[in-house]
Design a binder for this molecule. Structure first.
Ligand code: R5P
Length: 295
């Protein structure tokens, strides 16, 4: 049975259809003291697939509660799907704004702490593009990741002119290449990015000719939108024609979408690992493949 967290209902339903595996009832309550309760009333299956994008502290608690609930109800196997792995960007023990070597002792590797907690209640973990592949090693349970970047080619128009798949930094080149391969044609290039603060970045382009070209920027996460909007502005100033902002995880915090529109983006597309209005494509087929193989 598929057991959905509150932030992953569309993806869980799509996964249920993809795998032809029943969708469990779920209930979410909040007590007067602020504590939450996530439950799967009536759960009755040998295998539970708990699907929770850990987009918030609440979602982290839901994950642990749902894992416990299905074990309590007799599940022999618990698979935990984290379509979006929260805290993944805190993968080093650093004080905000400082490098690891500058930081005093006493800072956590938050991604590892979260992974350990999730591991305690599951037999295995499936993640989708977890920011850095080495995050899988933080889990004590077997963990694998799924690449949803090829799906980002789906919503793009078929008539892109001289298409360029652009990574806003080196870390996204593989994603841009996956999306280009799925689209079938186009070049792959990367900008250089320097982060100035939590919501400000600076991007610089290489020698690539952008005039008149349609560009799909491909990244793993759009959070504040600073990386994408800087890239869009840069591309527009360099004469690019239509610019599409695509990402696996459209977190879109604060005014990110407005920021992108103001920068001149043609459209923003993401997957449903984070369920937003721009979630134009479902990661369910990619996740379903990982669940079918049973590794
Ligand atoms: C950074 O390494 C990531 O790949 C994304 O580029 C970043 O998380 C995007 O954040 P923001 O939207 O705040 O620039």
């Amino acid at each position: 049975m598929i057991v959905s967290g509150s932030a992953s209902q569309a993806l869980s339903a799509a996964l249920s259809a993809e795998l032809d595996e029943e969708l469990s009832a779920v209930e979410f309550e909040r007590f007067p003291d602020g504590e939450i309760l996530a439950a799967a009333p009536g759960f009755d299956a040998d295998r539970a697939v708990v699907v929770v994008s850990t987009v918030s502290a609440t979602a982290h608690v839901e994950t642990l509660q749902l894992q416990d609930a299905v074990r309590e109800a007799g599940a022999e196997e618990v698979v935990t799907v984290l379509p979006y792995v929260g805290y993944a960007r805190q993968d080093r023990p650093a004080k905000p704004g400082h490098t690891v070597s500058e930081s005093p002792p006493g800072y956590p590797v938050s991604a590892r702490a979260m992974a350990r907690a999730v591991s305690a209640g599951t037999d295995r973990v499936v993640t989708v593009n977890p920011h850095e592949e080495f995050l899988r090693d933080f889990f004590d349970a077997p963990a694998r990741s799924v690449d949803a970047a090829p799906l980002l080619a789906d919503p793009l128009p078929d008539d892109l002119v001289d298409p360029l798949f652009l990574a806003p930094d080196d870390g996204a080149v593989d994603l841009a290449r996956s999306a280009r391969d799925a689209y079938g044609t186009g070049d792959v290039e990367a900008f250089e990015k320097r982060r100035l603060s939590g919501s400000e970045v600076e991007v610089t382009a290489g020698a690539v000719d952008l005039a008149g070209r349609d560009v799909a920027i491909v990244d793993d996460i759009v959070a504040t939108g600073s990386t994408m909007s800087e890239s869009v502005e840069h591309l527009r100033q360099a004469g690019a024609s239509r610019v599409y902002a695509t990402c696996v995880h459209p977190l879109l915090v604060g005014g990110a979408l407005v920021r992108l529109r103001r920068a001149g983006v043609e459209a923003v597309y993401g997957t449903d690992t984070v369920e937003r209005s721009v979630s134009a494509v479902s990661a369910a087929p990619a996740v379903a493949d990982a669940l079918r193989t049973g590794e």
